[in-house]
Design a protein around this ligand. Structure first.
Ligand code: HEC
Ligand code: HEC
Ligand code: HEC
Ligand code: HEC
Length: 158
């Protein structure tokens, strides 16, 4: 939350992560007055961590044959050239500095990889939403993406 990198790329508030604040009963919805929709015994639903600490999902990226460290040289270590065409509406959430992210990623794609595999401590990848621009392209919805949502919860949108 407080490093210069973190402050440049993100703008976390306490309630970006925290939804719960009842130290007595962290089981959600046990009575009429306890908060609903919390993960058991957690004030923070760790799903949010997975957004930036999950695996690099090369399997969904047409053209990539392996994990980023193995194939990065083939693409001059560059995510952005490809991603000028694929999934270009991104990072428009209220806890991200989208412009700073794009600037930093343009200069050095390790910044991109940092949140998309480089700091993975989960064995899985986050199933990011697919924003609707793809719907306008016929045949552009691959099988793996059929059940993906197309927008984030209100809590995260601007
Ligand atoms: C990046 C996400 C994130 C942000 C932002 C964040 N926290 Fe936390 N915080 C956590 C996690 C994860 C835990 C562990 C709680 C759990 O197990 O659910 C935690 C725990 C805590 C606890 C202990 C809660 C308990 O039940 O033991 C306090 C108090 C707390 N945070 C206060 C804050 C305050 C104040 C801020 C803003 C200045 C803040 N947090 C911002 C993720 C975050
Ligand atoms: C929006 C993206 C984002 C989210 C969400 C996020 N992190 Fe991070 N996290 C980062 C970035 C970027 C850094 C590196 C910051 C730096 O080096 O200054 C980092 C660093 C860390 C580190 C330091 C060790 C490392 O791997 O670099 C820990 C531990 C960590 N995060 C835990 C968490 C936890 C726990 C959550 C969920 C409660 C969380 N993060 C959610 C982006 C995120
Ligand atoms: C060879 C071109 C190419 C390169 C290089 C590339 N990607 Fe991708 N990426 C794609 C394609 C294609 C998709 C899937 C597009 C779609 O959703 O139909 C994708 C999807 C993604 C997704 C969304 C995954 C999901 O599950 O929704 C993320 C995040 C992503 N790329 C990040 C990166 C990052 C970070 C790098 C560099 C470390 C990178 N990509 C390098 C082509 C590329
Ligand atoms: C600070 C962490 C962070 C950095 C740095 C970062 N991302 Fe992301 N990225 C996220 C988060 C969180 C999401 C989920 C929000 C979203 O979908 O827009 C995401 C989503 C995406 C998606 C899916 C968007 C969609 O909905 O279709 C793509 C593609 C992507 N990032 C590519 C990149 C590229 C390319 C870079 C470098 C220019 C990059 N990311 C840098 C955190 C980061």
């Amino acid at each position: 939350m407080v490093t210069s990198t973190a402050k440049r790329l993100m703008k976390f508030k306490c309630n970006t992560c925290h939804q719960g604040h009842d130290p007595k009963d962290e089981a959600s919805g046990t009575t009429d007055t306890t908060q609903k929709d919390l993960v058991l015994r957690k004030a923070v639903n760790p799903d949010i961590c997975l957004m930036c600490h999950g695996k690099f999902d090369y399997k969904v990226m047409a053209g990539l044959t392996g994990d980023w460290p193995e194939v990065a040289d083939t693409f001059n270590g560059d995510c952005v050239t490809c991603h000028k065409e694929f999934r270009t509406k991104r990072h428009k959430l209220n806890f991200l500095n989208e412009q700073e992210i794009e600037k930093a990623g343009e200069k050095d794609s390790n910044t991109c990889y940092g949140c998309h595999g480089g700091r993975a401590w989960y064995a899985i990848a986050y199933p990011y939403v697919r924003r609707p621009w793809l719907k306008r392209m016929p045949g552009a919805l691959p099988e793996w993406a059929k059940d993906r949502p197309t927008e984030y919860t209100k809590r995260f949108t601007k």
